[in-house]
Design a binder for this molecule. Structure first.
Ligand code: F6P
Length: 344
């Protein structure tokens, strides 16, 4: 069988581990030939491919990013794009295509399967961990570790100066990274998109904390966090060329208010793309490898239209339509009953 693979959307640590696992099992267990499409759907539209074999994937397990390159965008952005994609896959003899992507890529993949019959199996990926249907996505654990390491370092400098430090992490619609890194890093407050915040209440808690003799406060802020209406500054929301909101610094915007309201010097650290770069953690390498193996098995089962997901300890299949059905937001129990215990 000839199987195609592409990576779409933002990159995340563990993509190469998925591709490596697909190639290993495809070649050794099924005798398949694996073709990689470069730069996501652009590579399909423009017939830019690379032969993927065990040799080509050597040494890639610990490497971040994706050897295939990635882009946002989809065949629907091109005139007759979906039809063209179907013709090219047929012309190249691709009988199954594995799309490794986030919410957007999996929604598009599901539409291409339903509307144009493209033989696609999905693999969910994102550092945001916000894909419905899977308990965890690979890349998330790595991002949390990077953010936690940064918070650990920020504690000592914040303590030395009796400062408040706002640490902004990624998380557009869901505050998973903020909640996990904030819990792991001992944050005094965690602001997430799921819970619009009241800055006065946050600042009062910080003041009370310092009155109790604490010399520093770390506040972790998800980039998509918003103040309760009218209670504070909002982040500006420009769009990128694919119509995605470009979040630009909610922490930077509220920092002057935090400083004015608490009376403590306040600094901002935006971790940004550092949390998406570099080597995946061992956990993410293993999860990504399991997803890759399950994906090539799913292709051979003819499970087109499905994605592979983690449920508890098991990797199972689920319809790709589930990925686009809603954003998987932070577990309210984790935030309300666990994280908030440590606030202030
Ligand atoms: O969706 C993953 C993600 O890392 C988000 O957390 C973040 O908002 C976005 O991608 C950043 O996108 P870009 O790499 O296009 O700046």
């Amino acid at each position: 069988m000839r199987v195609g693979v592409l990576t779409g959307g933002g990159d995340c640590p563990g993509l190469n581990a998925v591709i490596r696992a697909i190639v290993r099992k495809a070649e050794n267990a099924y005798g398949d030939e694996v073709v990689g499409f470069l730069d996501a759907w652009d590579g399909v539209q423009e017939r830019r491919t690379v032969q993927l074999d065990i040799r080509a994937m050597r040494g890639t397990l610990p490497r971040g990013g994706t050897v295939l390159g990635t882009r946002r965008g989809s065949p629907y952005d091109w005139a007759e794009g979906p039809q063209h994609a179907r013709e090219i896959l047929a012309e190249l003899g691709i009988e199954g295509l594995i799309v490794i992507g986030g919410n957007g890529s999996l929604t598009v993949a599901s539409q291409l399967h339903q509307q144009y019959g493209l033989p696609i199996v999905g693999v969910p990926k994102t550092i945001d961990n916000d894909i419905e249907g899977t308990d965890f996505t690979f890349g998330f654990h790595t991002a949390v570790q990077i953010a936690t390491d940064a918070i650990d370092r920020l504690h000592t400098t914040a303590e030395s100066h009796d400062r408040v430090i706002l640490v902004e992490v990624m998380g557009r619609h869901a505050g998973w990274i903020a909640t996990y890194a904030g819990l792991a890093g001992g944050a005094a407050a965690i602001l997430i998109p799921e819970r619009p915040f009241d800055l006065d209440a946050v600042c009062n808690a910080i003041q009370a904390r310092h009155e109790r003799g604490r010399y520093a406060s770390i506040i972790v802020v998800a980039e998509g966090a918003e103040p309760r209406s009218g209670s504070s500054e909002r982040a500006s929301k420009e769009l990128d060329r694919f119509g995605h909101v470009k979040f630009s610094g909610i922490a930077q915007r509220i920092a002057p208010e935090v400083e004015a309201k608490t009376g403590f010097e306040t600094r901002v650290v935006q971790i940004g793309h550092v949390q998406r770069g570099g080597t995946p953690t061992a956990y993410d390498r293993v999860l990504a490898t399991r997803f890759g193996i399950a994906a090539i098995d799913a292709v051979h089962d003819g499970a087109f239209g499905d994605m592979v997901v983690l449920r508890g300890m098991d990797i199972v299949k689920s319809p790709m339509t589930v990925a686009g059905s809603r954003t998987r937001t932070v577990d309210p129990h984790l935030y309300d009953d666990v994280a908030t215990v440590f606030f202030g």
